[in-house]
Design a protein around this ligand. Structure first.
Ligand code: UT7
Length: 319
């Protein structure tokens, strides 16, 4: 039997423009405060792309770093899957721009959009592709520039999002004991697309969100799916070294951790620094975890995602 294991420590990319809560309020004349944003969301700052920068620029940077960190030749890549809801163009897929920029000549490359759940689903799909097609290496990227989709006069959404990209490499290899890599994934859908969507009118896009309803559904969905994952993989909360969740709101993560009886110290939280970077938030947190020496080979990690749709899931990985 074959497993898809993480190959190297991945990579990440953030734009140069760092904006504190205070600076954000001043730049966009928002009636808000650092105190409100930190207390209600945990967010302290976010990174925003410059007018000339696109999702592909961040994705390419993160991809190059992942390849460099793993000393992998891009020509060895069989598959590039880019999770994003902010592609550079409607077509071609932004993954193709990444493919060309990094020189991955033989990789099948395309995008998938599952909003903030995109990266978790992409990892699961890449695992199936590698094992099903007998391929060796996949590059999975989560990259988003949601700052392009914000109505900067709407304080209820403008304070929540940031831009970024994260990338990982998966390698198919024969399983050894204990099994490593992606061990299991559970997914869910709960209806409610009207509570979180991007409205498009005359070429202007804006995120529309009923924050309270999204919060409520995120908490119940994440709790339920994590319990299901633990049940199906016969693990307990004590077996888990880290939970690496999609980083939307610290209070969501605290509430879910409390309900699951997991100490918050086991949650790899980066939302304070990056804000909500949508499909990029999980791979960015993974990358930070490796860089800071928090993640170690052999550890059991749960990825958790929840996004517009609503869709979500939880995956169990052994590093
Ligand atoms: O990745 C996709 C998933 N997205 C999420 O998971 C987001 C989920 N939702 C949330 O994170 C939270 O619901 C928010 C952070 C969006 C809002 O926090 P909340 O505690 O649910 O606040 P609220 O919507 O109940 O609003 C409370 C008050 C309101 O004023 P009134 O009606 O009580 O006078 C809002 O108008 O806070 C006001 N408010 C603000 N005040 C200062 C809303 N946004 C702001 C703001 N600054 N930026």
């Amino acid at each position: 039997m074959d497993c898809s294991v993480l190959y190297g420590i991945g990579g990440g990319a953030l734009p140069k423009d760092i904006l504190s809560n205070q600076a954000l309020a001043e730049r966009f004349h928002l009636e808000t405060s650092d105190e409100w944003i930190v207390t209600r969301t945990g967010i302290q700052q976010r990174y925003l792309v410059a007018p000339h920068e696109h999702t592909s620029d961040l994705a390419i940077q993160a991809a190059k770093m992942a390849l460099l960190n793993a000393s992998l030749d891009p020509e060895d890549l069989d598959f590039i899957l880019l999770a994003t809801s902010t592609p550079d163009h409607r077509f071609p897929p932004t993954a193709v721009l990444v493919q060309e920029a990094i020189g991955a000549k033989k990789a099948l490359s395309f995008d998938m959009n599952a909003a903030c759940s995109g990266f978790l689903f992409a990892v699961s799909m890449a695992d199936s592709y590698l094992r099903g097609q007998n391929k060796r290496f996949a590059l999975i990227i989560g990259a988003d520039t949601l700052s392009r989709m914000i109505d900067w006069s709407d304080r209820t959404t403008a304070v929540l999002f940031g831009d970024g990209a994260g990338a990982i490499l998966l390698k198919r290899e024969a399983c050894r004991e204990p099994k490593r890599g992606l061990l299991h994934t559970c997914t869910f859908f709960s209806r409610g697309y009207e509570h979180l969507y991007i409205s498009e009118n005359h070429n202007t896009c804006a995120i529309k969100m009923d924050g309270r309803e999204v919060f409520r559904q995120a908490v119940s969905g994440l709790e339920k799916i994590t319990r299901q994952l633990m049940l199906e993989t016969h693990i307990s909360t004590e077996d888990i070294h880290w939970i690496i969740p999609h980083q939307a709101n610290k209070r969501i993560l605290e509430t879910v951790a409390h309900k699951l009886n997991i100490p918050f110290s086991k949650i790899l939280y980066t939302g304070d620094q990056h804000a909500n970077t949508s499909a990029a938030s999980i791979p960015l947190a993974l990358w930070e975890g490796w860089k800071k020496g928090l993640l170690k080979e052999g550890q059991l990690v749960v990825l958790q995602a929840f996004g517009a749709g609503f869709t979500g899931g939880a995956s169990l990985l052994r590093l």
